[in-house]
Design a protein around this ligand. Structure first.
Ligand code: GTP
Length: 500
């Protein structure tokens, strides 16, 4: 396996290294949008309409790099990390539990990020003490925005204190995470990049409710997380297929394919997939190349006016109808861009430190006249990300969550009158199930010796007794609602009215 990917890596390297020298500096990129004419000028005399600044910290590559590349590629012993993402309630924790309890012989460290300040998922990860080496919770914000620094610290800490004690890291994002900034963390932070490699992004899609969230029209500047999560996936799991008919699944799959045609896709119930589908995806080098190749064949058939633009040998292999812009863009010539149209593909092989914002990409795409087909690779040997179709590329890089979506947490001691609680929740779901995306709770029910755990995703609700309350354990209720237009006071009053 290692030798195979080394071969591929070598092959790919030997292609990609056949490039013009890329300067190790900031490279400005100028163009005149109206003319659809790209000219490269030096900063001294250019009159830029808009500037792309690419913080290209790429290693300078010279012709001599072509020589004996094989000997220069060190074995990649970094710890693989998998990001499990997917919209609220799509089945991330279910998949995680399935992985942790499965027989794969891997020692896994888990980082769980929850939306809402009350930790319920931590309690629901069944294998806390068995399958996982370590479970760390990140509850004070969303990984993709406020707690990105915490993720960096946490991974660095795991590596420095526990290296050798685990083989894989799994990060479960919140259901409202935009994976892009999380992915970028793996490339942009040296403290992570040197020890940890992103193995893949696994996205769960709720077969019953995904359509609703994909359709949601967000306010301007607000990201649709459900779309982003699919767009950035390496592996897609269409989960909960037991809740819908085959034609409904087929139509959802078609929808997903319009967002991301590159990812592998499987249909499942309760996240039951072969583990090698989600862990150790690692062969992005070869697989990705083959995949891109397959994708491009398909693309070529669908779009007759595919252009013929090849700058690098590697991409010759793929059929010669894509433009590859590598890192600094400085060798991109006007001739190439002029040939692009709506059916063209732009492949950006972006060095991990070239922190392009999506609006940079969108501007470039708009200028080049092909707003929806951009591949982004964060480095020539790493995973390719396809921003495609429904993804409009116009959101800001540090995205804004929908301000209408919030979480309400209630924590209080006491025991619930089961009948009253049933009535209250039943009515709430009957009236508000569209707005209540997610509900989770650990409840103390009068007369019950066990904790009662419940979960809800829109109108689907389930609950069951969990472990026994400890003899001295305070009977605390914890409940979290995530959804649209939630009235915290009303929810709290309703809940408290059910207490004995
Ligand atoms: N019917 C059905 N229910 C499922 C399936 N997979 C998961 N569930 C249930 O869906 C609910 C949500 O599952 P979770 O695994 O907690 O979803 P999640 O994505 O981790 O949720 P958040 O972390 O809140 O975003 C739970 O009640 C699961 O038991 C499935 O394939 N079919």
């Amino acid at each position: 396996m290692v030798s195979l990917s080394m071969e591929i890596a070598t092959a790919f390297f030997s292609f990609t290294y056949r490039q013009p020298k890329i300067p190790n500096t900031l490279v400005p990129f100028f163009y005149e949008p109206k003319l659809r004419n790209l000219s490269f000028k030096t900063a001294a005399y250019a009159k830029p309409m808009r500037r792309f600044s690419v913080a290209a910290a790429a290693t300078a590559r010279t012709a001599s790099d072509d020589i004996d590349v094989a000997t220069k590629i060190p074995a990649d012993n970094r710890i693989p990390a998998t990001i499990i993402t997917g919209f609220l309630g799509s089945g991330k924790t279910t998949l995680l539990n399935y992985i942790l309890t499965a027989d794969h012989g891997k020692r896994i460290a888990v980082i769980e990020n929850e939306y809402g300040e009350v930790d319920i998922d931590g309690s629901l990860v069944a294998a806390k003490t068995t399958g996982a080496e370590d479970i760390v919770m990140l509850n004070n914000g969303c990984l993709c925005c406020t707690v990105r620094g915490d993720l960096v610290r946490m991974i660095s800490e795991l590596v420095s204190k526990k290296k050798g004690k685990f083989d894989h890291i799994i990060i479960e994002t919140t259901g409202l995470a935009n994976p892009a900034p999380i992915i970028q963390t793996f490339y942009a932070e040296d403290s992570i990049f040197n020890d940890v490699k992103l193995d893949g992004v696994v996205t769960l899609v709720d077969a019953k409710h995904a359509g609703f969230h994909l359709d949601e029209v967000k306010p301007k500047g607000v990201v649709n997380e459900a779309v982003e999560q699919i767009a950035y996936a390496d592996r897609i799991i269409v989960n909960k297929t037991d809740l819908v008919s085959d034609p409904q699944v087929a139509s959802l799959v078609e929808r997903i394919r319009n967002i991301n045609r590159m990812a592998y896709l499987k249909r499942t119930e309760f996240g039951k997939v072969d583990l090698d589908y989600v862990l150790g995806i690692g062969g992005f080098d070869l697989q990705r190349l083959n995949f891109i190749s397959d994708f491009l064949k398909e693309f070529k058939e669908d779009h007759l006016s595919v252009i013929s633009l090849v700058s690098l040998g590697a991409y010759d292999v793929l059929g010669g109808y894509i433009l590859c812009v590598n890192c600094s863009l400085d060798w991109l010539d006007s001739h190439s861009l002029l040939k692009m149209d709506e059916s063209s593909l732009l492949i950006l092989s972006v060095d991990r430190k070239s922190l392009w914002t999506n609006s940079d990409l969108a501007d470039l795409a708009a200028f080049a006249g092909f707003p929806s087909h951009i591949f982004v690779s964060f480095s020539s040997l790493e995973t390719w990300y396809l921003i495609f179709g429904e993804h409009d590329g116009h959101h800001s890089h540090d995205h804004t969550h929908d301000p209408g979506v919030s979480s309400v947490s209630i924590v209080c001691e006491g025991s619930l009158d089961l009948e009253k609680a049933n009535m209250w929740l039943g009515t709430l779901l009957f009236e508000r199930s569209e707005d209540i995306y997610r509900m989770k709770g650990l409840l103390s029910v009068e007369g019950m010796n066990e904790r009662f755990v419940f979960q809800g995703v829109h109108d689907i609700f389930q609950g069951s007794p969990d472990r026994l309350w400890g003899p001295d354990e305070p009977r605390m209720n914890k409940i979290v609602f995530i959804g649209k237009n939630l009235d915290a006071q009303e929810l709290e009053n309703g809940f408290k009215a059910c207490l004995i």
